[in-house]
Design a protein around this ligand. Structure first.
Ligand code: GSH
Length: 388
């Protein structure tokens, strides 16, 4: 009867157990327990672990829950020597102390937040929970100022346990490397280990993505980026963000006029960007990236061609798309155009006014700083998918 581990990649406790199995070279059957589907609450699972947590280790007739116990058992049973978990009672006590520290402090303080967001549907991280994580970072720094690893001058199972918890904590609360230099160095070392790469990093990312998604779903029920937070105001939709920023932080009203008629012309072009320019580029990016289509549909390309025509018409009337000076409507159109020209050939001789406007807008410092890199990433991503 081989070793079985009931596990879940996103769980820090389960990741510690998987890393230990790897370290002690124990082949195991990985049985994923989907907590979201309630697989940990079935009568069979509760028989193995009345506390319905992952991980659970089965080794022959022994069934163990609690990752820390699993680590000590694996080290004692499968460790080639006692360096990971010393037999010397004093040295062992120091490792145990840090395992209990992980159980009660490091792991628990991360779980405060993940439980409140995932299980209780809380929409923000509570400050008191963040303060407790900050304090825990301080404890780590104090330990690592005394020994190179958290329980000794060499790596022990306590580091493996703390690593899985820390890797979740740093995603929940900013970890200031300058404030905690010893912990930062220890963390870097632990993160570079092969067992961490194999059994921690993927699950760490999965948990981080889940928590971020749940927190953002409150900020933006439409789950799009960008979302702007300015104090207690949360705004989604780039066009609204642009109007808000111009109204609130603009030195004068040239980017977004206060005069109702002039403003209406800018609004018109913002809606044009939202419904036509941006949407017609997204037709293609969505079909390739989200739906896995391997070619650009001709009807989508035709719609882009038509949109170029609209731009040319607007720019034959005014120098910029909503006025004779630059406005936020140009900024919005610039980001959409810079994606479209990579999707459908933009013929400069057919659209000379648009070509001149585009060149001018592309040479602005804000475009170079915040548009060009992202534009390039999307082109590369699409090219890869279309050629795959
Ligand atoms: N002290 C336990 C904590 C395990 C734990 O709470 N696991 C979480 C996932 S990280 C879990 O299974 N939660 C489901 C539940 O409590 O019902 C250990 O180290 O194994």
């Amino acid at each position: 009867m081989g070793v079985k581990l009931y596990t879940l990649d996103a769980s820090p406790a389960a990741r510690a157990a998987m890393m230990a199995l790897e370290i002690f070279n124990v082949p195991f059957e990985k049985i994923d327990v989907n907590l979201g589907e309630g697989e940990h609450l079935t009568p069979e699972y509760l028989k193995k672990n009345p506390m319905h947590t992952v991980p659970v280790l089965e080794d022959g007739d022994l069934i163990l829950h609690d990752s820390h116990t699993i680590l000590t058992y694996l080290a004692d049973t499968y460790g080639k020597d006692d360096s990971w978990y010393p037999k010397d009672t004093k040295k062992r006590a120091l490792v145990d102390q840090k395992l209990f520290f992980d159980s009660a402090i490091l792991y628990r303080r991360g779980r405060n937040i993940s439980t409140s967001v995932i299980m209780e549907g809380k929409k923000t991280k509570e400050q008191k929970h963040l303060d407790l994580i900050e304090e825990a970072f301080g404890f780590m720094e104090a330990f690592l100022s005394r020994t190179a690893y958290i329980a000794a001058d060499h790596v022990t199972i306590a580091d493996v346990s703390a690593l899985s918890s820390m890797s979740s904590l740093v995603n929940l609360h900013k970890f200031d490397e300058k404030k905690y230099p010893k912990t930062a160095a220890w963390y870097k070392k632990m993160k570079s280990t092969p067992y961490c790469k194999k059994y921690n990093d993927h699950g760490e990312k999965a948990l981080h993505e889940l928590v971020t998604k749940l927190l953002n779903s409150w900020k933006n029920p439409m789950h799009t980026v960008p979302v702007l937070e300015d104090g207690d105001l949360i705004l989604h939709d780039s066009h609204t963000i642009l109007t808000y920023l111009a109204d609130t932080y603009g030195k004068d009203d040239s980017w977004y006029p206060k005069d109702i008629k002039k403003r209406a012309l800018v609004d018109q072009k913002l809606f044009f960007d939202s419904a036509i320019l941006y949407a017609r580029g997204r037709n293609i990016t969505y079909s390739v990236i989200m739906e896995g289509n391997k070619t650009k549909e001709q009807k989508h390309l035709d719609l882009i061609e038509e949109a170029y025509g609209f731009m040319e018409e607007f720019l034959s009337r005014t120098t910029y798309i909503a006025a004779d000076h630059v406005t936020i409507a140009d900024v919005s159109a610039l980001s959409s155009m810079s994606s479209m020209v990579n999707l459908q050939k933009f013929d400069e001789s057919k659209y000379p006014k648009t070509a001149a406007w585009y060149k001018k807008m592309k040479s602005t410092p804000y475009c170079k700083k915040y548009n060009d890199h992202g534009e390039k990433l999307v082109i590369e991503w699409l090219a890869k998918l279309l050629n795959s």
